[in-house]
Design a protein around this ligand. Structure first.
Ligand code: HEC
Length: 307
């Protein structure tokens, strides 16, 4: 700190002012930038979560509707028809309803999947990332939900994932061994996959993806806008401070210094002209008074000499 004091003693007022202003500016912009970024990120995540939650609730109500209303109507047909009727299966209706939503341009990057390690329909096969999520839920059964971001080729997405547990014995009719499954299921899906599931086992994750790229772009735009305004205001503050300092202080002090210099070299007619009645004006008045005293003293001195 001592070196700073020493350094500041030797620099001009304007430089001093600008150093302090720049320091305040740097501290201000880093503090407000960090706070703003945290707030904006938080708001973006809130918005994504609320979107995902609404869709999740919709998905699950379609699932329940299919399970409770549609499935009982179609169940008898599964035994008699030669081809399986997938409309009886909640996963199928949820997926189809979601495909309908995705056909709207605005929702095309939203995605829902019952991602299973060993699925009946291979389009439900968990990819590497989803497999990891299933493993994670298996090793931490107390976790009921997880949300985070994932980078896909289409861009950054936000996901909400929940473990899918086989809770009812009746599910195992179609998911344990091919021997007890309806013939139509084997005809349509084969007997190689979608079997061997156990009661109370986590077999899949329900995962819903919400595109995050657009929201983060708008967050970025808001951030740059606010920081831009902040920088703009600060540039104006620095410029006006410099201008004021030059006009109201430095310029006038220089003038007084110049006059004092002239008086000191003997020009007693040089006047400290100052109109303002502020502190510098008072300084000029004091200097003028000093000059007068000096003049009288010199006159007296000269008179004494000539005796
Ligand atoms: C009548 C046979 C049948 C029963 C009973 C049944 N499922 Fe399925 N399940 C299927 C078929 C067929 C599919 C594939 C549907 C498709 O084409 O998307 C499937 C798909 C799934 C999937 C998605 C992953 C995959 O395998 O493709 C999950 C998860 C699932 N079922 C869980 C359950 C649960 C939990 C129950 C019990 C509440 C249950 N199933 C009962 C036949 C059945």
């Amino acid at each position: 700190m001592l070196w700073l004091n020493k350094y500041l003693r030797n620099v001009k007022i304007r430089v001093k002012f600008n150093i302090f202003l720049m320091l305040i500016f740097i501290i201000g912009i880093s503090l407000s930038g960090t706070a703003l970024s945290a707030v904006l990120q938080y708001r973006a995540k809130e918005e994504l979560t609320s979107k995902a939650m609404i869709l999740f609730a919709t998905v699950n109500s379609v699932r329940n509707y299919t399970q409770q209303r549609v499935n009982p109507l179609l169940l008898p047909k599964l035994e008699t028809e030669s081809a399986f009727i997938p409309e009886a299966i909640p996963t199928f209706s949820v997926r189809e309803v979601f495909e309908n939503i995705r056909s709207d341009e605005e929702y095309k990057n939203f995605f829902y999947k019952d991602a299973a390690l060993n699925p009946t329909n291979l389009r439900d096969k968990a990819d590497e990332f989803e497999t990891q999520l299933v493993e994670e839920f298996r090793s931490h059964p107390q976790n009921k939900q997880r949300f985070d971001f994932r980078n896909l080729s289409e861009g950054k997405v936000f996901y909400v994932a929940r473990p899918f547990v086989v809770q009812e014995q009746k599910c195992l009719q179609c998911h344990s061994t091919p021997a007890i499954a309806p013939k139509s299921l084997l005809t349509s899906y084969g007997s190689e996959h979608g079997f061997g599931w156990k009661l109370n086992e986590i077999v899949a994750v329900q995962i819903l993806y919400v595109p995050a790229e657009e929201i983060f772009n708008s967050v970025r735009r808001s951030f740059y806008l606010v920081i831009g305004v902040f920088i703009g205001v600060f540039v104006i503050i620095i410029l006006t401070t410099n201008l004021l300092l030059k006009e109201a202080v430095i310029h006038r002090i220089r003038k007084i210094a110049k006059t004092a210099q002239e008086v000191s070299t003997g020009n007693m007619d040089a006047d400290f002209t100052e109109q303002s009645k502020d502190e510098i004006g008072a300084l000029a008045v004091a200097f003028n008074r000093m000059k007068c005293s000096l003049k009288i003293s010199m006159k007296l001195l000269n008179e004494k000499k000539s005796y």
